[in-house]
Design a protein around this ligand. Structure first.
Ligand code: ZN
Ligand code: FE
Ligand code: FE
Ligand code: ZN
Length: 271
């Protein structure tokens, strides 16, 4: 059992220390856990919109975060506990690539999740900013979101694309056939050489389903895109949450194995 997506108190909207997450993983029999807190956002962005300070750790804390994860890894490996990977969830949106690249270069990450949480600076997944949906046509929003996600994949900064259809979080889904869009996205990801994650947080949100939706996951499988599994836990109690559902979704989509990343290299693990 693996969990390659969890957050800590440092991002200011989750609770729990690295050690508490690792202890929860040990308790649940997880073999490999990646701590993947939110990479700091550019200070200029937060200066313009101070509410964004609650989306990620401040820039000055990144070294302490890295030290904490690496020392947890050492302490736990001495006790035969779960393998601890140094991960991060980066906001890879147009214009932020250089900032992300600079931050990533400073630390020995095992795995980088590339996520899109903002469209034109609007945090479309923030429950407190749902009024933004009123000014978008749902299909136009979806096309824009997936365009940005494909650009994130092609940018080469991320190993894994995070919650690949996060745009459905509050249940805004366009009418009509989504398969052409899903096929296009899947082949772009395959070409870019990224993996995707099966993220169980969607089950805890209004959309009430895993990210990505079953038809998208099947398209990804047909395109040959590898997968990881993550709970996107924002509290230690959520570690490994709904792993059984994730595994079933993967088997249904045709997957027989997942991957984990060590020093940014994919290695296959059985489901
Ligand atoms: Zn978060
Ligand atoms: Fe995210
Ligand atoms: Fe996350
Ligand atoms: Zn997330």
């Amino acid at each position: 059992m693996i969990d390659l997506h969890v957050h800590t108190w440092r991002c200011r909207h989750a609770v729990g220390t690295v050690f508490e997450y690792v202890a929860a993983a040990a308790e649940r029999g997880i073999d490999t856990i990646a701590i993947t807190d939110h990479l700091p956002l550019p200070p200029a962005l937060i200066a313009r919109d101070p509410g964004m300070a609650a989306y990620a750790m401040p820039v000055v804390e990144l070294p302490a975060y890295v030290d904490e994860v690496l020392s947890a890894r050492t302490a736990v490996s001495a006790t035969g506990g779960p393998e601890v990977l140094l991960g991060i969830e980066a906001d890879v949106y147009p214009g932020n690539e250089a900032f992300v690249r600079t931050m990533l270069a400073e630390h020995p990450f095992d795995v980088v999740l590339g996520s899109v949480h903002f469209v034109d600076g609007w945090a479309f997944d923030d429950p407190d900013r749902r009024e933004g949906y009123a000014s978008w046509d749902v299909r136009a929003l979806w096309e824009r979101y997936f365009d940005d996600l494909v650009s994130a994949a092609r940018g080469g900064l991320a190993d894994v694309i995070g919650h690949a259809d996060l745009v459905k979080k509050f249940g805004y889904v366009p009418d009509g056939d989504l398969m052409p869009l899903y096929r296009e996205v899947a082949s772009a990801f395959a070409e870019a050489g990224v993996a995707v994650e099966v993220n169980t947080a969607g089950l805890r949100k209004p959309c009430a389903e895993i990210y990505p939706a079953a038809p998208l996951l099947r398209a990804l499988n047909r395109a040959g895109v590898p997968v990881t599994v993550g709970s996107d836990a924002h509290a230690p109690a959520e570690v490994g949450s709904a792993y059984g559902e994730a595994r079933r979704a993967l088997l249904d989509a045709g997957y027989r194995s997942a991957v984990v990343f060590r020093s940014r290299q994919a290695e296959e693990v059985p489901l």
